[in-house]
Ligand binder design. Structure first.
Ligand code: ADP
Length: 247
């Protein structure tokens, strides 16, 4: 397969921790505007894979290309600049600032939180905040203090803070953890919206949610890909059933 066909092109990727192969010769290809969900039992290597893509962990072997550019040896901040965004489970928002300010300070102009409190927001930033606020469904909450948002709204705000940086690949780790049923619904809609303009990779355990959002599912086990394809296909794969039932 040619790298140019894909947004993210991973070949023969491995990482070892003290001789233990957490990721083992893995190939993964993600299309532009694809929403890929990665599932697999605990310890399968899902988090480590995202750590390798964003540069938090360095590969022992293999290649990670994003839009045809080799990322494998670039540090984490350089990958952010090339359009890789990663959200972790715990929200890291500024609780005592408004939703607007949280988004504004995330604009990648190198302005500090303190600076943005005293200087006027440019039209460009203002326009971007409006677009992102619409995208994350918080356009009517711009003046609300972030600490007063619900758990789900805080998660969406953090996604919005990443969107301010205009990522072309967004990676989310269990985005609906701790959410109400209604918030899960809205998160599914939000993810479907944001993958129209970028690729998205989600790690998720909730199979009903996976079925609702995934264009394609990758099942990981022991650092390798066990199965890949539509939710229907992987759900009925005997290897996947074996791993989940622990045979
Ligand atoms: P998952 O996200 O699928 O639950 P992880 O990627 O967290 O799996 O972990 C895969 C394996 O790699 C586990 O056995 C874990 O203990 C091991 N591992 C992950 N990170 C490290 C590390 N920094 N040092 C040692 N072992 C690690």
């Amino acid at each position: 397969m040619a790298a140019t066909e894909f947004a993210l092109y991973i070949e023969d990727l491995s990482v070892s921790f003290d001789g233990f192969k957490a990721i083992d010769s893995l190939n993964l290809y993600i299309d532009k505007n694809e929403l890929r969900v990665i599932i697999g039992p605990n310890g399968a290597g899902k988090t480590t894979l995202l750590d390798l893509i964003c540069g938090r962990t360095r590969a022992t072997q293999g290649s990670i290309k994003f839009k045809d550019e080799e990322l494998t040896r670039l540090p984490e901040y350089a990958r952010v600049r090339r359009g890789i965004g990663r959200k972790f489970q715990t929200p890291s928002i500024y609780e005592n600032l408004s939703v607007f300010k949280n988004l504004e300070v995330s604009f990648p102009a190198g302005r500090s939180v303190l600076g943005s409190l005293f200087f006027k927001c440019t039209d460009e930033v203002l326009a971007r905040v409006q677009v992102v606020a619409e995208e994350i469904g918080l356009a009517d909450k711009l003046d609300t203090e972030a600490g007063l948002l619900s758990h789900g709204q805080k998660q969406w705000l953090e996604i919005g803070m990443l969107l301010m940086q205009e990522p072309e690949l967004l990676m989310l780790d269990e985005p609906i953890a701790g959410m109400s049923a209604r918030e899960r619904e809205l998160t599914a809609e939000l993810l479907k919206r944001i993958c129209k303009n970028r690729s998205v990779i989600v790690i998720e355990h909730d199979m009903a949610f996976v079925a609702q959002i995934a264009h394609k599912v990758t099942v990981m086990h022991q650092g390798k890909i066990l199965a890949e394809g539509s939710m229907d296909k992987v759900q009925n794969d005997p290897k996947v059933i074996d791993v989940y039932l622990g045979h």
